[in-house]
Write a protein of this length. Structure first.
Length: 82
């Protein structure tokens, strides 16, 4: 199971291009309160979990939801430099 999020990226001619991103949600209920757990603050533990999912074939999608939740910065908002 995975969820899709649409990221908007501005084109040079002021049109917006929608880029779908499929988040892996194979963790199921473990994602419900993940943002509030100490593990979500440990990038090393989150990366180890993600690597394990990739090795075992559990990872489905383009981006791991736990990695997204644990990030300090939201990458979906383009910077003013872009």
């Amino acid at each position: 199971m995975h969820h899709e999020l649409t990221m908007k990226r501005k084109k040079t001619n002021n049109e917006e291009e929608k880029l779908p991103i499929e988040f892996c949600t194979e963790c199921g209920e473990a994602l419900d309160d993940f943002a509030f757990t100490p593990k979500s603050k440990s990038k090393k533990e989150v990366q180890e979990n993600f690597s394990n999912c990739q090795k075992t074939g559990k990872f489905k999608g383009e981006f791991c939801s736990k990695v997204f939740i644990s990030e300090d910065e939201i990458f979906l908002t383009p910077s003013e430099e872009d």
